[in-house]
Design a protein around this ligand. Structure first.
Ligand code: SAM
Length: 366
C-alpha cells in the first residue's frame, strides 16, 4: 500500500503526462488531416474531403480540437480549412516529446501505444476505408485498450474508490440470512471487476456479484478467468439500454449497481438511469466512474468506434458522448436519487476533476 503522499505524487505525475498526451494527440490529428487533404498553403473545402457520413461527428470533433489548439483556421465547422502556418510539430519533434513523457511517467506507455495505432488509421477511418473497431480491437483483442483501464495512478485510484464504495453499500445490510447483491454493468475486460472482487473477498461480507456486459465474448472471457477464484460471482449478458433489461437481471433486488466507463456509450441516458432505478432495491446505491470532461485522447481512440457517437440526447459535453459532473447530478436527482457524492482523486495540485466516481442512493429502506 502506497503512502498518501506517494499516491498524490504518482497521480500528479500521471496527470501531467496525460496533459502532454493531449498535446501530442492534437498534433497527430493534424498529421492525419494532411493525409485527408487539408494543407497550409490554401483553403480546402469540407465538401472536397473524403468524409463518410457515419464519421462526420468524429471529423467535426477533430476540427474543433485543431481549432482550439491553434493549429487550424476555419471559416466555419463545415466550411473551409487551412492549417496555421508553422504551427504543427514535426513527427520527429513529437517522437522526442513522447520519449520525454514516457521517461517521466512509464505508466502512459499503454496510452501512447494505443494512440499511435489509432492516429495512424484516423484518416482511413474517416474516409471509410478502415473499420475503427478493428483498429481498437485488432482480431477482437482488447489488449490495446485494456492497458488504459489499469496500471496507472488515476484509473487505479478510481477503481479502488468504486470497490471501497461497493463494500460500504453491501455492508449496510445486516438482516440475518440476507445475502446482498451487487451488479456490474459493462464489465468489459474486468479492470474494475477484479478490484471489486478482491475487496469483496477480503471484506468478509457475504454477498453475490452479478458481472455483466452487452458483449457475450467479454462475458465468456470474464467467466473463464474469474468464476473459479470468486465463487460468489455469476456472469451474464445485459444491455442496460434494453427496455426489457429487468427480465434478464433481478428487478428491484440489487443493493448496489456500479458501472465504470460504460454509461456514456448509450444512445439516451435517461432511460439508462431509469433502468438502473428499476433494478435497485429501495435505498439501493448507484456508483458511476466516468470521464466528465472533453478528452482529445478519447476522441481519437474510442472515438474511432460508432459506439462513441451513439448518443442522441442533448445531455452530453460538446463533441463527445461524455456527461459533466453537474449534469450527472441533475440526471440522478431527477430519477429519484438522493444527495449525489462526487469523488475526485487528490493530486498535489488539488482535486482532479476531469474524471470522477459519482454515487447516490435511492429513497427508502432496504
Ligand atoms: C470502455 S469499456 C469499460 C470496461 C470496464 N468497465 C472497465 O472499466 O475496464 C465499456 C464496456 O461497456 C460495454 N457496453 C457498451 N454498451 C453497453 C450497454 N448498452 N449495456 C451494457 N454494457 C455496454 C462494452 O461492451 C464495453 O465492455
Amino acid at each position: 500500500m502506497l503512502s498518501k503522499n506517494k499516491s498524490k505524487e504518482n497521480l500528479t505525475n500521471y496527470i501531467d503526462a496525460m496533459s502532454g498526451v493531449e498535446t501530442i494527440t492534437a498534433h497527430l490529428i493534424a498529421h492525419a488531416f494532411k493525409l485527408l487533404g487539408v494543407c497550409e498553403d490554401k483553403d480546402v473545402d469540407y465538401l472536397s474531403l473524403p468524409v463518410i457520413d457515419s464519421k462526420k461527428d468524429l471529423f467535426l470533433a477533430c476540427i474543433s480540437i485543431l481549432e482550439k489548439e491553434g493549429l487550424l483556421l476555419t471559416e466555419n465547422a463545415e466550411g473551409c480549412y487551412r492549417f496555421r502556418a508553422g504551427s504543427i510539430m514535426s513527427m520527429k519533434a513529437l517522437a522526442e516529446f513522447k520519449a520525454g513523457l514516457t521517461e517521466r511517467c512509464p505508466a502512459i506507455e499503454g496510452h501512447i501505444a494505443l494512440l499511435l495505432q489509432c492516429a495512424k488509421s484516423l484518416s482511413s477511418v474517416i474516409a471509410g476505408k478502415v473499420d475503427g473497431l478493428q483498429v481498437l480491437f485488432p482480431q477482437g483483442s482488447s489488449d490495446w485498450v485494456a492497458a488504459t483501464y489499469q496500471g496507472n495512478a488515476l484509473q487505479d485510484d478510481l477503481s479502488e474508490e468504486v470497490a471501497r464504495q461497493v463494500i460500504v453499500a453491501l455492508g449496510k445490510q445486516t438482516a440475518p440470512d440476507y445475502v446482498p447483491k451487487a451488479l456490474e454493468i459493462g464489465a468489459g475486460t474486468c479492470a474494475t471487476t477484479r478490484r471489486v472482487m478482491k475487496a469483496m473477498a477480503l471484506s468478509g461480507v457475504s454477498a453475490e456479484l452479478h458481472v455483466t456486459d452487452i458483449a457475450l465474448a467479454l462475458v465468456n472471457d470474464a467467466e473463464r478467468s474469474l468464476a473459479e477464484p470468486y465463487p460468489f460471482a455469476s456472469f451474464m449478458v445485459l444491455d442496460i439500454e434494453d427496455p426489457d433489461c429487468d427480465k434478464l437481471a433481478a428487478i428491484g433486488q440489487y443493493d448496489v449497481i456500479y458501472a465504470a466507463n460504460v454509461l456514456h456509450a448509450t444512445s439516451s441516458i435517461r432511460p439508462v438511469i431509469n433502468n438502473i432505478v428499476k433494478l435497485l432495491r429501495p435505498g439501493g446505491v448507484v456508483i458511476i466512474n466516468e470521464l466528465t470532461a472533453f478528452s482529445i485522447f478519447a476522441t481519437v481512440t474510442f472515438g474511432l468506434t460508432d459506439g462513441w457517437w451513439l448518443f442522441k440526447d442533448d445531455k452530453r459535453i460538446e463533441y463527445s458522448p461524455l456527461i459533466s459532473s453537474n449534469v450527472w447530478e441533475e440526471l440522478l436527482r431527477e430519477a429519484g436519487f438522493n444527495e449525489v457524492y462526487h469523488y475526485f482523486p487528490e493530486s498535489e495540485q488539488g482535486n482532479y476533476t476531469r474524471q470522477s466516481v459519482i454515487s447516490s442512493h435511492l429513497d427508502g429502506n432496504r
